[in-house]
Design a protein around this ligand. Sequence first.
Ligand SMILES: [Zn+2]
Ligand SMILES: [Zn+2]
Length: 134
Amino acid sequence: MQKIKGSCLCSAVSFEVVKAFDKLFFCSCDQCRRITGSAFASNLFVGADGFNWLGGVEDIVSYQVPGRGISKTFCRICGSGVPWSSDDGSKVIVPAGSLHGEPDVAERIRIFAAEQPSWSSGLEQINPHPGFPS
Ligand SMILES: [Zn+2]
Ligand SMILES: [Zn+2]
């Protein structure tokens, strides 16, 4: 069984996932672009029985996007996105970048791809540097 930990940037909020993730969604919808300040959100889904908070629940702040099952849920100290529960509580949505390791994911799916900005397309064709360019 997979066990992987995650946290916000300042480590006040921490959690663990003890089951494999069902799906990884890359979402470029208008709300996810604004929530992340980037081209798309990278959110993993796991059953609520596979997720445990380890600390910092009192430091979590949430903004519910009106009319959508989307929240911006973040650490009030450092502002990092942290996991949140689906509307019915059956799933937990985990921002993939908050994990400390490589998750096992059954399926990766791009959604609202028509709304992905052109400046983020073709990333594989952009010359990669291991750190800052020299
Ligand atoms: Zn934090
Ligand atoms: Zn979205």
